[in-house]
Write a protein that binds this ligand. Structure first.
Ligand code: GLN
Length: 514
């Protein structure tokens, strides 16, 4: 059967618990993200933060980068200190607190605190905003990687049911991602902070559900109890050390955000980009030359490094959904239908909606092609992902031309872009993580998985930086938009074609992995 314990619809009952927890967690993430860049760029008199595009894009990039980057310590802490199950619980609590912190000025304004509709921001506005973002980053780092690991643990090693389990789980992600932007953007029409609060409320529902149905997990994801007094002592030390580190780093980042970030966000974003890039390169050099692995394994690690570069490029385009494209929906899209103006954030549901519709189609397509012995290799699927991403941005090129001519673009332009981007995601994303794990040497399994998260993090960061430049914030910037989209088209399409060309030698590097 591929798993132990009671089942539901042919899958372990624990999957249901994790499905709904992750659905609500993604609800909170994508619900808030739909509002994030809009909130930052909206004028203070209209209730926003009134940051310029460059700053807003950089903060968006740093935040979404952080969410994925903290998956690394999050996974590590779960393995050594909390166990997976408790990490998910703590992570969810911290996430909910983060959203409520962001919503706080809304409640306090009822008592006459905060800037309300006045012309200047108060410290409360920025403090609650940045503190909330930091809490969500930390909480997601604890929750997101570990909940996926429990899904894996529900099934026996090598069970064919596991892939199906992950596909179902991915549906949960996207149901959350589909409903959240619509609900949170609707509440935002009343007050921005209400939108943030509703995102947090979703996470609370997820937590309640998780607690009530935790029995379904039947002990999966628990840390083995410490065996010896030394082990207990070492866990205590690790706990204390982690606690102190978190407080110190949080305090530092917080101070930075308060004074430096809002002035210098883009410099920090660019520095982060350089630092992560260098660390990643050094890491791969270390593994290949000093990792003590066989020749075959070295080739495979090189293949991972190459694929992850293309992966990062993909995410840097794809994750502009919540930044550049969100602002395009706000500024240059005619959102009026029958006299009603569609809230900008509704467009953020498009990707998840298309995933729900087309994921089964793509799954069937691969099976069908495999039957005909035509299934593309993994590097080719990666290349298709990039090319489809490029097609999506080509659509945006034409939409930007309309905007540059001073007219509003029809909503269908954005919808087609999201459709192509979703096709790209369906082609690239499922292969990425599984390929990384298959190619990784046994010794470096965990770290290579971490590298995948880093490539996603880097992509998110760049998606924010680009939004700071290409969102048409000024008259001059509007006229540059078509060229900027064309640049993106050329870059990602060029990369896709290059990958097609090198897919044969790349497959040689991959050895027995397809
Ligand atoms: N939409 C998916 C999720 O939120 C994947 C996002 C990603 O890997 N960049 O889990």
């Amino acid at each position: 059967r591929g798993f132990d314990g009671p089942s539901i619809f042919g899958h372990p009952r624990g999957l249901m618990t994790l499905f709904f927890t992750e659905m609500w967690e993604r609800f909170s993430y994508y619900g808030m993200r739909a509002l994030l860049i809009l909130f930052m760029t909206t004028a203070v008199v209209e209730g926003g933060l009134g940051f310029d595009d460059k700053t807003s894009g950089a903060i968006y990039g740093l935040y979404t980068m952080g969410v994925y980057l903290l998956a690394l310590p999050g996974g590590w802490l779960a393995d050594r200190l909390f166990g997976l199950k408790r990490s998910v619980w703590y992570g969810g609590i911290i996430i909910a607190l983060g959203h409520f912190t962001m919503g706080l000025p809304g409640i306090l304004s009822l008592f006459g605190e905060g800037h309300g509709n006045s012309l200047t921001l108060t410290p409360l506005d920025t403090t609650s905003f940045f503190l909330g973002l930091i809490l969500i980053v930390v909480g997601t780092g604890l929750l997101k990687p570990n909940i996926s690991s429990i899904v894996g643990q529900l099934y026996h090693e090598g069970s064919s049911k596991r892939d199906a389990g992950f596909s179902i789980f991915y549906m949960g992600i996207n149901i959350g991602g589909f409903i959240a932007p619509i609900i949170c953007s609707s509440f935002k029409e009343v007050d921005w902070h209400l939108g943030f609060g509703v995102a947090g409320f979703g996470m609370v529902l997820g937590l309640i559900q998780y607690k009530l149905t935790a029995g379904n997990l039947e002990g999966k994801g628990e840390l083995a109890p410490a065996e010896s007094p030394e082990e207990i002592a070492s866990r205590k030390r690790l706990g204390l050390f982690t606690g102190i580190t978190v407080v110190v780093i949080a305090a530092l980042i917080f101070l930075m955000f308060q004074d430096v970030i809002s002035i210098n966000a883009s410099a920090i974003a660019e520095a982060s980009y350089t630092v992560i890039g260098i660390v990643t390169v050094l890491f791969f050099i270390y593994v290949i030359f000093f990792g003590g692995i066989s020749k075959d394994e070295k080739r495979k690690v090189l293949a991972i490094a190459i694929l992850l570069c293309f992966g990062a490029l993909f995410w840097s385009g794809f994750e502009q959904a919540g930044s550049t494209l969100n602002l395009f929906a706000e500024r240059f899209t005619d959102r009026t239908i029958l006299g009603w103006e569609i809230p900008t954030g509704y467009f953020q549901s498009a990707n998840s909606m298309f995933i729900i519709i087309f994921a089964p189609v793509f799954a069937a397509l691969w099976v069908w092609l495999a039957k005909k012995h035509l299934e593309p290799s993994s590097p080719m699927k990666f290349a298709f992902g990039l090319i489809l991403l490029g097609v999506g941005f080509l659509v945006m090129y034409f939409a930007a031309k309309i905007a540059a001519s001073g007219e509003m673009a029809a909503p269908s332009w954005l919808m087609f872009t999201y459709l192509f981007h979703t096709f790209g995601e369906l082609s690239l994303s499922p292969v990425g993580l599984s390929l990384t794990t298959k190619l990784a040497p046994k010794k470096f399994q965990g770290q290579m998985m971490g590298m995948w998260f880093i490539s996603v993090a880097l992509g998110n960061l760049v998606a924010g930086i680009i939004a700071g430049e290409a969102s048409g914030g000024t008259e001059e910037a509007i006229s540059q938009m078509p060229d900027q989209y064309m640049m993106i088209v050329m870059t990602v399409m060029g990369a896709g074609v290059l990958l097609l060309l090198i897919s044969r030698p790349l497959r040689k590097l991959m050895g027995n992995v397809r």
